[in-house]
Design a protein around this ligand. Structure first.
Ligand code: CUA
Length: 399
């Protein structure tokens, strides 16, 4: 009679019990890793962030379980099959196991296929056009971001009609059906889908808002797009994620003494607040520009329309950049006239913006963008903007 050894049988069922327990621990561990890891990420501020994080958690669950399985088997083998004292024998010679190899090829193949389908679905869904999008232009230039908003008739501040605009503004408005306003921060409001159309004035930059979980490169000679729908009001940091030169780090929003400096995304709680706190005051500034060129120049530079703030010190506007020469006192720096051959400080400043590479202040590299007079050229700066900026800079006579 063939009696089963009771010892072997209980060892077999014990092993199955342990494998089941280990399997459950591994799966639970995978879920734990997927739940705990995202707690170190920034808040989910967009509808896209929710989808991206769901995909991320899904991948972390699988990746975490595989990590625990591999490390668990490794640790178990190191302890269980270690060489005992005095044991000089070799292990058994094993030449592959077709079943095992089939399983460990088939399971990853299925996982990769599932992840491919899921990722593709998230990719297309986060980039799909939304109804009623706010279209905002993004320009990256060394070393700042500027955001361009179109103000059309419906966006005019309450009680303002096209007929009331100053003649030159009215003319531009009627020509293009809207007027562009430029700011150095990106404003929108909760549940408003946003389409960003991005261009670079020089090298590759990358627009990244960690809280939105979106990132898109800006490529020379090509307009790239990215979409998001904010779901939570707040102020979020905009970052440049492509090394673009010595001021690359300055293309990220920073806090200086509690003030937002540089590029930030401001999500207002609703449309009324967005219009009241951002659109109307900014539109008023562009629609009714001050007549005094000094005031106009100060307003243009203060708006962030041109990327000057990150590179220059200008105390009057709170700029603290150190990549270019300080602009404090630039209006009386007459020693530059002899070096450049300019006839007046006005001419010197004018030429410095139109052709910054022609004369470099000792100690500074040729990094400043050349601001060109024609609309179809990169870094377009109309002559009237330049005249106003120079008029304002001439008043900077302090330290
Ligand atoms: Cu722009 Cu880095």
């Amino acid at each position: 009679m063939n009696v089963r050894n009771p010892n072997t049988s209980s060892r077999g069922s014990n092993a199955i019990l342990w494998i089941v327990i280990a399997g459950l621990v591994i799966i639970a561990g995978g879920f734990l890793i997927a739940t705990l890891t995202p707690t170190v990420l920034p808040a989910e501020a967009s509808a896209q962030a929710v989808q991206v994080d769901q995909l991320f958690r899904f991948m972390l669950t699988i990746g975490g379980a595989i990590f625990l399985l591999v490390q668990g088997v490794l640790a178990f083998s190191v302890i269980r099959f270690r060489a005992r004292r005095g044991d000089m024998t070799d292990g058994p010679a094993i030449h592959g196991n077709t079943t095992l190899e089939f399983i460990w090829t088939a399971i990853p193949a299925v996982i990769v296929l599932v992840l491919t389908i899921y990722s593709y679905q998230v990719w297309t869904s986060t980039r799909a056009p939304q109804p009623n999008e706010q279209v905002t232009g993004v320009v990256g230039a060394r070393f700042a971001w500027t955001f361009t908003y179109g103000v059309n008739e419906a966006d005019l501040p309450a009680g303002v009609t096209v007929e009331q605009l100053p003649p030159p503004v009215q003319e531009r408005f009627e020509q293009d059906g809207q007027i562009q306003l430029v700011a150095n921060q990106l404003h929108t409001y909760v549940d408003q889908p946003v389409l960003l159309q991005m261009d670079t004035q020089d090298v590759i930059h990358s627009f990244w808002v960690p809280a939105l979980r979106i990132k898109q490169d800006l490529l020379p000679g090509r307009t790239t797009e990215i979409r998001f729908t904010p779901i939570e009001a707040g102020v979020y940091r905009v970052v440049c994620a492509e090394l673009c030169g010595s001021g690359h780090g300055d293309m990220a929003g920073t806090l200086v003494d509690g003030n937002l400096m540089g590029a930030w995304l401001v999500v207002h709680p609703d449309e009324a607040t967005y219009r009241r706190e951002f659109l109307e005051p900014e539109a008023n500034r562009v629609l009714f520009p001050p007549e005094d060129p000094v005031q106009l120049g100060r307003q243009i530079l203060g708006s962030g329309k041109y990327p000057c703030a990150t590179c220059h010190v200008l105390t009057d506007l709170g700029w603290a950049g150190n990549i270019g020469p300080a602009l404090d006192g630039v209006g009386t720096r007459t020693q530059r006239l002899a070096a450049t051959g300019a006839a007046s400080m006005e001419e010197y400043l004018h030429d410095s913006l139109r052709n910054p590479g022609a004369y470099l202040v000792p100690g500074f590299g040729n990094l400043m963008p050349q601001f060109n007079p024609e609309p179809d050229q990169p870094n377009y700066m109309p002559e009237e903007d330049l005249t106003a900026i120079v008029a304002y800079l001439l008043t900077q006579t302090g330290q």
